[in-house]
Design a binder for this molecule. Structure first.
Ligand SMILES: [Zn+2]
Length: 267
């Protein structure tokens, strides 16, 4: 219905449109995911310029036209400065945004996903990016009702015995016992420590994540299997992962090694 409405939102995507306009995909807190035009925003003096950049969280005033909404005013709430000054953090920010964009359908209101994205972008400014990505994936899967079965076989419910690595298959929705393996598409072998870390990521809130001891090997295992779960659900590749891999992002001892990495208290 045509008319003005106000909403807070995070800019997921922006594309140039016509001479001086841009077309944005915005995940709003209260009005779902929507496409909106920003008229004249590419002119140097446009007052809408800062608040409509990709990754900005802003308060928007929209005019709902017959087909598309138009941004008529916007006030920046958060530009996530630390993410824009660090290529690795920025790459992960695009990754979180791509997941949120894939999970929320156009017009669908999903406040939980909105808040998760907001918290994820905030956490990316201070925590190890790969850890934030894994926590974000765990929470997204939970929101979707797809938190994997990890303590028992997802197919036959049999308890997983021993201390060996656990086979986890996205198509099965979790771990597989030896008898059920081999028929559920791609399987990922994850150590018991990796499984435990995944369970912790399901439980811990963002402030506790700071205290989580990061084991690069376990994070490496989870960095394979957790995105695979989301890609299986979304039925497509997450393109920003290729960029993260290119810059060695998932490797905690890689280019980001000079930054402080979260440690358990007292270490
Ligand atoms: Zn089984």
């Amino acid at each position: 219905m045509p008319g003005l409405f106000q909403a807070e939102g995070i800019v997921l995507k922006s594309r140039d449109y016509q001479e001086t306009d841009q077309l944005l995909t915005i995940l709003t807190r209260t009005h779902g995911k929507l496409e909106a035009i920003v008229k004249g925003v590419r002119k140097p003096r446009s007052s809408l310029r800062s608040g409509t950049q990709q990754l900005c969280r802003s308060r928007f005033l929209f005019y709902a036209g017959k087909s598309l909404a138009t941004v008529t005013q916007c006030e920046v709430q958060e530009i996530y400065g630390p993410l824009r000054q660090d290529l690795k953090r920025l790459a992960y920010a695009y990754y979180l945004v791509e997941i949120a964009d894939g999970v929320v359908m156009p017009g669908q209101v999903n406040q939980a996903m909105y808040l998760l994205l907001q918290q994820g972008l905030e956490a990316l400014g201070e925590l190890e990016p790969a850890l934030v990505a894994r926590a974000f994936e765990a929470r997204t899967l939970k929101l979707l009702g797809l938190a994997p079965r990890l303590e028992a076989c997802a197919l036959c419910q049999r308890e997983l015995k021993g201390n060996g690595r656990v086979a986890i298959a996205p198509a099965a929705g979790g771990a597989l016992c030896p008898e059920c393996r081999g028929h559920q598409g791609r399987e990922y072998l994850v150590s018991r420590g990796g499984v435990k870390t995944w369970q912790q990521l399901n439980r811990l809130n963002w402030s506790y994540l700071k205290r989580l001891q990061i084991n690069p090997m376990l994070m490496g295992e989870l960095g394979e299997v957790m995105p695979a779960f989301l890609e299986y659900y979304l039925d497509r590749r997450l393109r920003s992962r290729a960029f993260i891999n290119e810059i060695g992002g998932d490797n905690i001892d890689g280019p980001g090694k000079n930054r402080p990495v979260a440690q358990a208290p007292g270490t």
